[in-house]
Design a protein around this ligand. Structure first.
Ligand SMILES: Cc1ncc(COP(=O)(O)O)c(C=O)c1O
Length: 370
């Protein structure tokens, strides 16, 4: 990035490279057009209208969100066909009902029989149906009913048979790809999740029920296996920005990362062989726990520096080895941090500065809250 365009920014500042965003989105979109599978992009990484428009090609249709705040934000701006892919929180059922009654297609997700009972207690007006996805745990080990549990098929059938409720789809999130290194390992998890999901779809079919199927994560969707063509949808989100973590997993290269945090040197601490910078964890997040060889981030153009620790608004940097050459880093020097996890870093910022071909071209304002 060229310093002239960015030198006016207060730091820490989150800068989005618009050209990389568009390239990342185009690659993912073309990949799933070729495979013949509907791409339903997740909004959780950026939570902005502008990125959502890029990811949906301006259709404002077919998105996933992880908070009701995102769902309302997008609905208020003309988006539809929204899937709130989070185990149904009971305090939010009434709000979900209002969105279901207002939009053409608002969809919820559940992974417990009690959640189905909660939906049945709140029938939708005008003969509308609750559109429900069942969350399947295919080895990720977070939300979802276990694919192999006999109760899982029972729950799917109960959703399909309930009055005022429709089983819209089966949703498996293969977040276990985040433990992978390299394409082979990613594809092994993608294959396993695809197989288990498709086997479950067969069981449903045998019981006379058909509905959609969706799997995905940025690693698996960046390197799909052939059998994913048999799914109805995929739902990655992080690919819009990517990050250092994704480059280490093998989803992308470091060049593809579309967000950076600018920070400035604010002091020298020669008694500790350190620099002090104006980015603490409120500008970057603590995700990654400082485990990179360069600490909490990659410092662009300075492979010899490590961001060793952060407090709320301060960061400490030191050389990976040897004494620090302070003449290279006078106070005010701007440094560029490539974040470990862009979802976490973006969540720390209320404004994203958008950069394209050497110019700042705008500001994006994400939605926040739950
Ligand atoms: C339920 C769910 N679906 C989809 C995604 C998108 O996956 P990724 O961030 O790997 O793109 C996430 C991310 O955490 C998720 O939690």
């Amino acid at each position: 990035m060229k310093d002239e365009a960015l030198s006016s920014l207060y730091t820490p500042a989150l800068v989005v490279d618009l050209d990389k965003v568009k390239r990342n989105v185009q690659n993912m979109t073309e990949r799933y057009e070729k495979l013949g599978v509907q791409l339903r992009p997740h909004m959780k990484t950026h939570k902005t209208l502008e990125c959502a428009d890029i990811m949906t090609g301006g259709t404002r249709r077919c998105i996933v969100v992880s908070t009701l705040a995102e769902a309302s934000f997008y609905a208020d701006h003309g988006f539809d066909d929204i899937l709130y892919a989070y185990p149904l929180p009971f305090d939010k059922v009434e709000h979900c009902a209002a969105l279901s009654e207002r939009l053409d297609l608002f969809q919820v997700l559940l992974d417990h029989p009690d959640a189905l009972e909660e939906l049945k207690k709140r029938p939708l007006k005008d003969g509308r149906q609750w559109h429900v996805w069942l969350k399947l745990d295919c080895g990720n080990g977070r939300a979802g009913v276990l694919y192999s549990d006999p109760g899982t098929l029972k729950l799917a059938l109960a959703i399909a048979q309930a009055d005022g409720v429709e089983l819209t789809g089966v949703y498996a999130h293969c977040g276990n790809t985040y433990k992978c290194k390299g394409v082979e390992q990613i594809q092994a998890v993608a294959q396993e999740t695809t197989n288990l999901t498709l086997q479950f779809m067969e069981k449903l079919k045998d019981a006379g029920v058909t509905c959609k199927s969706s799997i995905g994560s940025t690693p698996s969707c960046s390197h799909p296996v052939k059998d994913m063509a048999q799914l109805s949808e995929v739902h990655p989100g992080n690919y819009v920005f990517y990050d250092v973590q994704q480059s280490l997993i093998g989803s992308c290269s470091l060049e593809d990362v579309a967000v950076k945090v600018l920070t400035r040197v604010i002091s020298h601490a020669p008694h500790r062989n350190q620099l002090l910078v104006d980015c603490g964890w409120t500008g970057l997040s603590l995700d990654g726990a400082g485990t990179l060889p360069t600490g909490y981030a990659v410092i662009e153009g300075h492979t010899d520096l490590k961001l060793v620790s952060m407090t709320q608004e301060h960061g400490r940097m030191e050389p990976i080895s040897g004494p620090l050459d302070y003449s290279k880093y006078p106070l005010g020097t701007m440094l560029t941090l490539i974040p470990y996890h862009s979802c976490a870093t973006a969540a720390m910022h209320s404004v994203y500065h958008v950069y394209s071909e050497g110019h700042l071209v705008g500001k994006w304002l994400p939605t926040r809250g739950w």
